[in-house]
Design a protein around this ligand. Structure first.
Ligand code: BT5
Length: 242
């Protein structure tokens, strides 16, 4: 059982976005570990203004308010610990081990089953996690059918949303308390070792992802042999490692 993660929980049938609600709550003083979870989000959000499809009862859509005992400069690392916690929770609840696509998408057999949205509200971090659980392929909108997946499509047994939520909060707590936000990241990461295409604000390039820096940057050896640090960019995996 988690001690602080989930110490206060707001459970909603329908909400705009659990991240937005958690930010409002954090601004009003929500405690470390406060959680907002919704059966359905009408305006579920991804990173950089993208949207997150959050149909009623088909997934785990939740946000945790974290008041970490770390320098604000290290806040972005919380998204890595959240991805790893989500990967461990998915494995415990479903028996299927997802891989992480840098920085923090979870994939099973190349399909995105979960995403993380980290935001800041005052001195709190808001960690939003969406995990697709009960979707059949046809439950996704047509534009996501080729890329999205859910645990139902891969697990042998039906996955309980309650059990997944419990595992997730326990794993988040364990990782954050350990202070080691990256342990096992390389082993879980499908991007490291792969041929990748990087699209940044001011250009694109190809290369081989060699690792992740202490600040979370992806280290990519480009075609002329230079090691480039990618902090914000869209990275597609062109060829997985052998
Ligand atoms: C993410 O953004 O992957 C972060 C998603 C975070 C969602 C959680 S749910 C609880 C909390 N409250 C919120 O409002 N958000 C968080 P990004 O890497 O930008 O990926 C977004 C892209 O993933 C979209 O542009 C689609 O292409 C795709 N996508 C949208 N919904 C999806 C879904 N349910 N499953 C798989 N892919 C999806």
């Amino acid at each position: 059982m988690a001690a602080w993660a989930g110490c206060a929980v707001r459970r909603e049938r329908e909400i705009d976005s659990t991240n937005r609600a958690a930010r409002r709550w954090a601004a009003e003083g929500a405690p470390h570990g406060a959680v907002v979870v919704a059966a359905r989000q009408t305006e579920g959000r991804g990173r950089r203004g993208r949207s997150w499809e959050s149909a009623a009862g088909l997934g785990l859509w939740l946000s945790v308010v974290i008041r970490p005992d770390i320098d604000a400069a290290r806040f972005p690392l919380l998204s890595f610990s959240a991805a790893l916690a989500a990967a461990d929770a998915v494995e415990r609840a479903s028996g299927v081990a997802p891989r992480v696509k840098w920085p923090n998408d979870l994939l099973i057999e190349g399909r995105k089953i979960a995403g993380i949205l980290l935001e800041k509200e005052g001195d709190a971090a808001i960690v939003g996690i969406g995990i697709n659980v009960r979707h059949r392929a046809e439950d996704f909108p047509p534009e996501l059918r080729d890329t999205a997946g859910s645990l139902r499509m891969f697990a042998k047994e039906p996955v309980s949303l309650d059990a997944l939520e419990r595992h997730l909060l326990a794993e988040i707590e364990r990782r954050i308390d350990s202070g080691d936000f990256f342990s096992e990241y390389a082993a879980r990461c499908a991007t490291i070792g792969a041929q990748v295409r990087v699209v940044e604000m001011n250009g694109e390039f190809s290369g081989v992802a060699e690792g992740v820096g202490a600040d979370g940057a992806l280290l990519v050896r480009d075609e002329v042999g230079a090691l480039r640090r990618v902090l914000a960019g869209d990275v597609s995996i062109r060829e997985a490692r052998a």
